[in-house]
Design a protein around this ligand. Structure first.
Ligand code: THU
Length: 125
């Protein structure tokens, strides 16, 4: 995939942060790592007793990127029990910063690749 992206470090970071997920309602832990301006930022899903309040791992990681003053989103790794594509809300959130960002979606054995543009063509901008 794309040059200048440390997929191995991103995978490790996403796998680590997934352990911190708060997912007592779905029992579905998700970890996400985003490389932005060469630095890795992480997020996990944070569920809530009031279900709609829950936050996805991807948007948690994105919030960390933006809070750190970064904007150049270069790559995203998402890990869960099985390879999952980001939900529609997370696709739109990521598209705000890079509608063509490459994504690696992994679980222990399986992985899948796509660009955000393949998953969300023609996002609202
Ligand atoms: N979830 C994510 O964190 N990212 C996704 O891309 C899809 C779903 C979370 C939300 C919820 O905490 C759990 O996975 C089950 O839907």
């Amino acid at each position: 995939m794309s040059a200048g992206i440390d997929w191995e470090a991103l995978t490790e970071a996403a796998t680590q942060v997934r352990q911190n997920a708060h997912a007592p309602y779905s029992n579905f832990k998700v970890g996400a790592a985003i490389q932005a301006n060469g630095t890795i930022f992480v997020g996990c899903n944070v569920e809530n007793a009031s279900y709609p309040v829950g936050l996805c791992a991807e948007r948690a990681a994105l919030a960390a990127v933006i809070a750190a003053g970064k904007r150049k989103i270069e790559a995203v790794v998402i890990t869960a029990d099985r390879p999952i594509t980001p939900c529609g809300m997370c696709r739109q959130a990521l598209a705000e910063f890079n509608p063509e960002v490459p994504l690696l979606m992994i679980s222990e054995q399986v992985e899948a690749q796509a660009t955000l543009g393949q998953l969300l063509p023609d996002p609202f901008a």
